[in-house]
Design a protein around this ligand. Sequence first.
Ligand code: FES
Length: 168
Amino acid sequence: MRDRSQLQAAGQPFTFDAERNDEFERLCTRYPIRESMIMPALWLAQEQQGWISAEVIEYIAERLDTYPAKVYELATFYTMYHLRPVGTYHICVCRTLSCYLRDKQEIVDFITDEIGIKPGQVSEDGRFSLEEVECLGHCGTAPVVQINGEFHEEMNVEKLKAVLAHLD
Ligand code: FES
């Protein structure tokens, strides 16, 4: 589980835009138990704002008629939810057993040396952010890196250099 103190305020109220609101209403028809909607609602909010702020937690709790603590516990448990703004390219390095044993640290160290960010940080130009996450579900091809949702398996420093070189 992540450090729960990471949750930040955006400083302005959050509401779904028209497109996400329509999708939220559509999803509500599929979830008779309102609290089951917390995760998809968090996902919609993250799609819109790029991250989950304290205001998002409050907003979703209100829309789903539940307690902010319930929204908070899900948002802080799953590393797929970003509790602070991330870079244009969000690099997730799996830190769980298979990836750990197959040198995920070499990849993390390379990113820290090359880009200058440690896990939990965003580069000064806002281009990259780095996070160590729990198992990405591709343990047989460890170590695994996910960049903006795209999986890169059997990763090593040379492969990562090539991937980074092809980013815009
Ligand atoms: S341990 Fe890294 S993908 Fe499962």
